[in-house]
Design a protein around this ligand. Sequence first.
Ligand code: SAH
Ligand code: SF4
Ligand code: F3S
Length: 482
Amino acid sequence: MKNKKIVIHNEPDFNKARDRRKADTVFTDATLKISSLLRDYAKGKRYFIRTYGCQANVRDSETMMGILEEIGFVHSDDYNEADVIIINTCAVRENAEDKVFGEVGSLKSLKAKRPGLIVAVGGCMVQQGVIVDTLKDKYAQVDLIFGTHNIEYLPDYLNEIITTRKRIIDVISKPGEVIENLPSVRIDRYKAFVNIIYGCDKFCTYCIVPYTRGRERSRKKEEVIKECQQLVADGYQEITLLGQNVNAYGKDLTDGTDFAELLEAVAKLGIPRLRFTTSHPWDFSSKMIEVIGKYSNIMKAIHLPFQSGNANILRRMGRRYTPDSYRALVDEMKAKIPGVSFTTDIIVGFPNETYEEFCDTKKMVEYVEFDNAFTFIYSPRPGTPASKLEDNVSEEEKHRRFDELVDTVEKCATLKAEQMVGKIYPILVDSVSKRNDEVMSGYTENNKLVNFPGTVDLIGKIVNVRILESKVYSLRGELVSE
Ligand code: SAH
Ligand code: SF4
Ligand code: F3S
């Protein structure tokens, strides 16, 4: 493959990304510039998007899909037949990045076979200078590198690529913008993600997200309401309010709106199921707990990452709460929200974590009785404060602790799932089972997957199902007539 010229509009810079000096958020309306040349080019052409990472990336991919379809490209599930391929990447742990390099590497032969193919890499990974350099120098098959804050310019980049045939890099690092009215495609017909706040200001010492996603910017309440109203009108059954810290919502707004108020306003719109993720324990207020308890359509399933059950480790992680204050928060919710359940994120093997400190994490799992937990081995992220720490814990030991923790989590999850057997729960029916077209699948309020005999006309409806058997991560049930 002959080396094409590279045009660099902007390159990422962690120093700019780290800057949190107060600046007002700029609210703008998207104005996509789609040339007739690009529209003609897109006729009969297909796009494929691969999404790694969290719901923020899923929602960004939906926006990219909306933009590509507005240009005239058609969606494809198969990248072998696609004319534009976008890899939307995640940087949160090293193994997420390894997968992306593997996939981008494999696109080299496809590109050799089909030189007209446009390969783009976006998302959190390319907010890092070292990654951009590697892709630029070693992955000539990549035509476009664009950042998490550059999505609205996709038509401009594609236009530039088809007219100049050059490679393009554009990654901005210091955004203070909230952009409204970008087109988007919703991947799911009955469940929708709605962004309420972008970015993160917490700077937990291990985490790269504040650098890849910029500072906290809340959308205006009326914009969120408008989007949710439309979803209700379109027959959606479930809305999940999204943000790295949903409960920090409004802190940057000047009108005094906070998350409790927004949550209540959305609940009142009458969406059958309302969820939100992720909540930070430090930002959870009693007012929020009250609202969650008050509305039956707010799902009593709280995702509340605690990361570590040890005070010393939490302090070194910069998490701003202690195991005691976390337990007090959980106790308050258990007291005020009948039937509340919890899931969480946990990191094992933070630098210099002792075995005793790790045991506090297991104790927390047992104390809260989580329905489920996402467990991760600490992965040093270049540029974060924790990555500069020396670490006396071996990889073998971290893996050993990880297995021990997974055991504890599984015991808890099994117990919680078994308690559900014999009881009746409302299920939002999602899909037909892949293995048997007479079996339907759906989720309970606390996000347990339930399979039960049923018919396809139930998809998108909330039905009552009696749980007959627990299989830890899924349940088997039978339909109960009203
Ligand atoms: N904003 C959310 C989620 C952030 S990323 C929150 O604060 O909870 C999702 C999870 O990835 C985190 O909760 C944490 O458990 C994990 N994570 C983040 N950085 C990590 C790292 N460097 N190594 C291992 N796990 C990490
Ligand atoms: Fe990362 Fe902490 Fe922000 Fe979550 S709160 S995104 S873990 S810095
Ligand atoms: Fe990954 Fe970026 Fe989300 S780093 S977890 S995709 S915010």
